[in-house]
Design a protein around this ligand. Structure first.
Ligand code: AMP
Length: 288
């Protein structure tokens, strides 16, 4: 497995693979890889002849008061995980390689980015759409893999690919969790022992909401109130949002009468964590 830092090196490698008729999968990440990322690599390996993993902590998707500088990084550890999961190439550019001094083109999206994380993190999805478009243009993959952990991101990318006629298949992969239910995340490393315990409230609230829907509850107020009450039993937790939206448009709904996403962002101490469930996945373990 090769680790490259320049766009030119990725292009050269991918061009060679394509000339041999090989298919290419892309797994975009910010690194500090864990089993969630590994599941995306496994899926890419299953579907494609070659897999490219990008590791890039994208400054453009962080707001001015967010954790860009403290975001965990460990390329040595990441290359071990990527190698173990069959990646063929890691693309690990420096910010200057992705954004030269006079960089001034952006990919932005309305509607789908107006709720949930888009509301709490105003510049986030512009940064995500721009960097993912750049990665798609650089790697030109046949397929790209995204986790349902970042459910709004997955919906936004699917929509962008459709809107802008990008010839790439987007594959959504189930949330990978710790044994006790906490969704795996690079940001879990910020949690101290007490916060790590408290963080379980997210998956517990998601399980409660999911159970209510499974039992036939369709009133979003009832579902959301039950989830919020549950989260509020945890003294270290502070709710950013808990909402139910249309799974395709990401607009809030009041009745679960169509495929929906129930998503939350909750601060545990200073760490902002997210979790969610799609109503369509209830009972099938979150399969794509
Ligand atoms: P990140 O490095 O956090 O930007 O994540 C890179 C990709 O991995 C995104 O598509 C995430 O949705 C996905 N991902 C992160 N955590 C998980 C998880 N626990 N389960 C499944 N996918 C995940």
């Amino acid at each position: 497995m090769n680790i490259v830092k320049t766009v030119a090196e990725v292009r050269e490698q991918v061009k060679k693979w394509k000339s041999e008729g090989l298919s290419v999968g892309l797994v975009p990440t910010m690194g500090y890889l864990h089993d969630g990322h590994a599941s995306l690599m496994d899926a890419s390996k299953r579907d494609n002849d070659r897999t490219v993993v990008s590791i890039f902590v994208n400054p453009m998707q962080f707001g001015p008061t967010e954790d860009l500088d403290s975001y965990p990084r460990d390329l040595e550890h990441d290359s071990k995980i990527a190698e173990e999961h069959g990646a063929d190439l890691i693309f690990n550019p420096e910010p200057e390689e992705m954004y030269h001094d006079n960089f001034s083109s952006f990919v932005d999206m309305t509607v789908l980015t107006e709720e949930l994380c888009g509301l709490s993190r105003p510049v986030h999805f512009r940064g995500v759409c721009t960097v993912v478009t750049k990665l798609f243009n650089i790697v030109q993959p046949d397929r790209a893999y995204f986790g349902k952990k970042d459910a709004q991101q997955l919906a936004v990318i699917r929509h962008m690919v459709d809107d802008l006629n990008m010839d790439i298949e987007i594959i959504g992969c189930p949330i990978v969790r710790e044994a006790d239910g906490l969704a795996k995340s690079s940001r879990n490393t910020y949690l101290n022992a007490e916060e790590r315990k408290a963080a379980l409230i997210l998956s517990q609230a998601a399980a409660l909401g999911s159970k209510l829907v499974q039992n036939g509850e369709t009133d979003c107020t009832v579902i959301l109130n039950a989830m919020k009450e549950k989260i509020q039993t945890e003294p270290l937790a502070r709710i950013d949002y808990v909402k139910i939206v249309d799974a395709a448009t990401m607009q809030q709904i009041t009745v679960v009468d169509r495929p929906a996403l129930c998503a939350m962002a909750v601060y545990i101490g200073k760490t902002r964590l997210i979790d969610n469930f799609f109503t369509e996945d209830i009972g099938n373990g979150g399969a794509a």
